[in-house]
Design a protein around this ligand. Structure first.
Ligand code: FES
Length: 178
């Protein structure tokens, strides 16, 4: 039996379903996501439980240890203290987004490896994010500047972390690709 083609949708817009509920548009590590769950969900749980980006760690209910830091528009921000509802249209970078598109590690990540500044690794993503923020504001950080970062390391890597951040600063000044 011949079909009545006039009754069929002709444009993609005619068959695009209307969203069941409005979502929050997020930009994470260069990719677009829409969160349609509880708008007050802390970003940390969205990253870890929904997107399975597990680099960012729980670090106390107020983010005391700094392992839950992510970059929001370039500024180190506690992911446990930030609800998804406040992040629409902002650029979020987690530790998984520091390497380039080909998987080449950021000079800061290379410096942490070269200086053996990683113990168990729990705190490392937070250090990397806080250091990214610091190096974005200060190309030549002093020991005091580094000691002022909010991060804690229970494995005692602080001295090596200092060296790693300074090594990264020097590499970035010499034009290592950031
Ligand atoms: S490397 Fe283990 S807590 Fe820092």
């Amino acid at each position: 039996m011949a079909q009545d083609h006039a009754a069929l949708p002709s444009k993609a817009a005619d068959i695009t379903p209307t969203p069941v509920r409005p979502g929050i548009e997020l930009q994470i590590n260069g990719e677009a996501f829409r969160h349609t769950g509880d708008p007050e969900m802390p970003l940390l749980w969205y990253l870890r439980d929904v997107l399975r980006l597990n680099g960012t760690k729980y670090s106390g209910e107020h983010g005391e240890g700094g392992a839950d830091l992510v970059l929001v528009n370039g500024k180190a921000t506690s992911a446990i203290g930030m609800s998804v509802s406040k992040l629409a249209g902002k650029k979020i970078t987690t530790v998984e987004g520091l390497a380039d598109a080909k998987g080449n590690l950021h000079p800061l990540q290379l410096a942490f490896i070269d200086e053996d500044a990683i113990g168990c690794g729990y705190c490392t993503p937070g250090w990397l994010i806080a250091s990214m923020d610091l190096l974005g504001r200060n190309k030549d950080p002093s020991d005091n500047d580094i000691d002022g970062l909010p991060n804690l390391c229970r494995c005692g890597c602080q001295t090596r972390v200092r060296k790693a951040i300074k090594r990264a600063a020097a590499a970035m000044k010499q034009g290592a690709k950031a």
